[in-house]
Design a protein around this ligand. Structure first.
Ligand code: ATR
Length: 287
């Protein structure tokens, strides 16, 4: 890159595997557009090297890192501080190096919320059905509960849905429903729902013929948000549109999590559309 100098600030992403990440494309496009002397690099870090990698971040004065699978939880004890959301969720996707103090943050769930709001949906008082109870569901459930949504959590494994619901109930002091994602329960949960969020991997490449919800349960007036971004139009979203529902794919959430990390590292407003274009291009070149 032509803009590298002796003052270039280094950011990056640690994970394993890392070769499919779209983050370098997004962040470097943003740095270039704003003329910032920063660079963003992918680092494949194996589990057993995580501690060394974080020590390396300190030693090399890397200003910011994103953290992805499998390190989002294990990185926590290696950091100096956590922001409240990362602490509540027990997961970090962004590290800010504040003059040698490593602060763990989470921009995944805020990226989800920002995407909803950018489509004019304010969660307060809305009935929102979350499918899945894994790491992604946890962040989304936390942030939606905090924003005042009425939540129902459904999962293939009912006990995991119940576990997540009780964690949220403890934090926010309100009870929420958790059920197994059987067709009958889905029908009950979706009755009167404003938003349905799929956080499971059902419908993701290579299983593009699958959907987590029977098409007949999707209604006009409902918003269906699938956090999957590969493909952008999952079977769920295709059937949602056909039913007259509003469809939101996972790409904006991915771009917003990057944009929010960018703002923490640079103090500048992120050029969202530039980052999105770069992500779309990177996604297309993966195929
Ligand atoms: P992530 O961090 O992306 O949320 P995860 O923690 O592995 O990933 O969670 C995956 C979620 O997708 C879980 O809710 C999982 O359901 P189980 O808890 O029952 O395993 C759900 N999931 C994955 N494959 C699924 C399938 N074929 N049918 C239904 N749910 C599925």
């Amino acid at each position: 890159m032509s803009f590298l100098t002796g003052r270039t600030r280094v950011c990056g992403i640690i994970g394993d595997p890392i070769e499919h990440t779209m983050s370098p494309a997004m962040h470097n496009a943003a740095f270039e557009t704003l003329g910032l002397d920063y660079i963003y690099l992918p680092f494949r870090v194996r589990r057993e090297e995580l501690q060394n990698a974080i020590a390396g971040m300190r030693a090399l004065n890397i200003v910011g890192l994103n953290v992805t699978i499998p390190h989002k939880v294990d990185v926590i004890p290696l950091l100096d501080k956590l922001d409240p959301l990362a602490e509540g969720m027990g997961a970090v996707n962004t590290i800010v190096n504040d003059n040698g103090v490593l602060i763990g943050c989470n921009t995944d769930a805020p990226g989800f919320l920002q995407t909803l709001r950018s489509r004019g949906i304010e969660p307060e008082g809305k009935k929102i059905v979350i499918l899945g109870a894994g790491g992604a569901a946890k962040g989304i459930a936390f942030i939606l509960a905090r924003a005042g949504a009425r939540l129902v959590i459904l999962n293939r494994t009912a006990s995991k849905a119940g576990g997540l619901a009780s964690q949220i109930a403890q934090l926010y002091g309100k009870s929420l429903k958790a059920m197994e994602s059987s067709e009958g329960n889905l029908a009950e949960a979706l009755d009167g729902a404003d938003v349905l969020v799929n956080t499971t991997s059902v419908g993701m490449v290579p299983d593009v013929g699958q959907t987590p919800v029977p098409a007949g349960l999707l209604k006009p007036g409902m918003t269906v948000f699938d956090i999957v971004y590969n493909p952008r139009e999952t079977r769920l979203l295709r059937e949602a549109k056909a039913a007259g529902a509003r469809a939101i794919d996972g790409l904006d959430m991915l771009v917003w999590q990057g944009a929010l990390a960018f703002e923490k590292w640079t103090g500048r407003e992120a050029p969202f559309e530039i980052m999105k274009q770069a992500a779309v291009k990177a996604l297309a070149s993966e195929k």
